[in-house]
Design a protein around this ligand. Structure first.
Ligand code: FAD
Length: 450
């Protein structure tokens, strides 16, 4: 029986979903989190995003756990980006086909739903337990608790304790552990666009709003209470517009009036919120191996990415689904073998999405506003419409399918090189609708054959 007892570190989104999967397999699950119980004290976001985009990979895992219908009422579909220019004009760019959407969901409520579902299925949660260190020889975890340090032993440990994972730090002390982290130059701050006086959404609720301004940007996602959560991404320092140079209400107003005038008109509490809310950093973490004996890292603990593809949570949910499939297939008599297979399957895919998330930052804050970029998207959409199996835009592969990320990335690179050639035609703007689309598909086929 001892191999059926699993200790999970972290009751965040990934730890909570993993505990649901494990309980559904009939395993004994105990989840430890450093935070106080979110269900007894109000959930504080602690520097994490307030809402986030849920897409196909995430939904697939929720469906496997029978949770789709419970989650849907909490989620607002966003069918595309609404791009705001500097003069208050907007353009809508669909994410995919008409019915394809990503869904805005509040982190706190969603996390609570998952933790409660896990508990209902019999998972045991221990809050106020901060993992300090894990000894892989004895599989003992030392926790800091309000009552003092506590040591527990567990044959199977899964670390879903986020980007600053304690389990990963213990692995780092072992030999031949590869680890790489990078803080990007930008940070973020969350701000609110409240409902109008009539209690309505102040902007189109079924879009992800984006104010791309070259080196920086503002985005906003809708909430069920008819507010939007805006996220301002700026460099910390060193540029004309950066967090360091916004020291008082005057600095703030001039930045917002110059670059985000239409949003500014909708943000009555901007100054108060800006100086009250934290400015958070953005980190990319990659490491390997994720396994030490019968201990494993999943979610952000093994691959924390910047948020520009909206995939961190979706990717972590996919981790849970894949791990669950392996446990189903191989059973629980040899966890190290299951964990070994998991990391082999997953490593290239998570490296690919970490890279794509970095690349997408430039697209979101800059190229998305370029008419040539819009045209490129239109041509790709047309190719996809005419040849739905042969040409699938990269965003569609990542967001609306479960094609392994590494495969999507490789296919995306081939398509990108062909599109670069297509777009280099000086008459493309006039002639895009009369092009020989079949010829483009032939070029893709030849590129794939190489
Ligand atoms: C600004 C921003 C926007 C984002 N938007 C999106 C999006 O739109 N779509 C998307 O898919 N992803 C998005 N993400 C990524 C997403 O937030 C993460 O990928 C996701 O939260 C990872 O979940 P996790 O459970 O692995 O880690 P976390 O959410 O960090 O949870 C870790 C849990 O472990 C606990 N913990 C930490 N250390 C310890 C310890 N030592 N002992 C015990 N417990 C511990 C924490 O209290 C926490 O409950 C965004 C991220 C950011 C920063």
């Amino acid at each position: 029986m001892k191999n059926n007892k699993v200790t999970l570190l972290g009751a965040g989104l990934i730890g909570s979903l993993m505990s649901i999967y494990l309980r559904r397999q009939g395993l004994d699950v105990k989840v430890y989190d450093k935070r106080p119980d979110k269900r007894k004290t109000p959930f504080t976001e602690g520097g994490r995003s307030i809402n986030m985009a849920l897409s196909t990979r995430g939904w697939k895992s929720l469906e496997e756990c029978g949770l789709k219908d419970k989650v849907l009422p909490l989620a607002i579909p966003m069918y595309g980006r609404r791009i705001h220019d500097e003069h208050g004009g907007t353009t809508f760019a669909p994410y995919g086909k008409e019915d394809q959407a990503i869904y805005s969901i509040s982190r706190g409520g969603f996390n609570q739903l998952l933790a409660e579902e896990a508990e209902r299925l019999g998972a045991e949660f221990c809050f106020d337990h901060k993992a300090k260190d894990t000894d892989f020889r004895t599989q003992e975890i030392t926790f800091e608790t309000p009552e003092g340090d506590k040591v527990i032993q567990s044959d199977v440990i899964i670390g879903a304790d986020g980007a600053y994972s304690s389990l990963r730090m213990s692995m780092q002390k072992q030999i031949r552990f590869n680890y790489k982290q990078e803080y990007i130059s930008h940070g973020y701050k969350e701000l609110t666009i409240p409902p109008t006086e009539d209690g309505e959404f102040a902007m189109d609720p079924n879009a992800l709003h984006i104010w791309p301004r070259g080196k920086f940007m503002l985005i906003a996602l809708p909430n069920p209470d008819k507010s939007f959560t805006g996220t301002l991404f700026l460099p910390f320092e060193g540029t004309k517009v950066c967090f360091d140079k916004i020291q008082d209400a005057g600095d703030l107003t001039s930045v917002f009036k110059a670059y985000f005038e239409d949003a500014y008109q909708l943000m009555p509490d901007l100054t108060e919120e800006f100086f009250r809310n934290p400015t958070s950093a953005l980190i990319n973490v990659e490491c390997y191996p994720w396994v030490n004996g019968q201990s494993l890292l999943i979610g952000d603990a093994s691959h924390a990415m910047v948020p520009f593809y909206g995939q961190g949570m979706n990717c972590g949910f996919e981790d849970c689904s894949i791990l669950n499939g392996l446990i189903e297939k191989y059973g629980t008599s040899s966890w190290d073998m299951v964990f070994e297979k998991f990391q082999k399957i997953r490593k290239d895919d998570t490296a690919a999405i970490c890279q794509m998330a970095m690349d997408n930052f430039v697209e979101m804050r800059d190229t998305v506003a370029d008419p040539k970029f819009m045209l490129r998207k239109k041509i790709e959409a047309k190719l996809h419409e005419l040849y739905p199996k042969d040409w699938v835009p990269l965003y569609t592969m990542v967001t609306f399918t479960d094609i392994p990320y590494a495969e999507a990335y490789a296919q995306g690179k081939l398509q990108e090189s062909i599109m670069d050639k297509v777009m280099s035609n000086p008459l493309i703007t006039e002639n895009w609708n009369k092009m020989d689309y079949e010829e483009i598909i032939n070029q893709l086929d030849s590129a794939k054959a190489v």
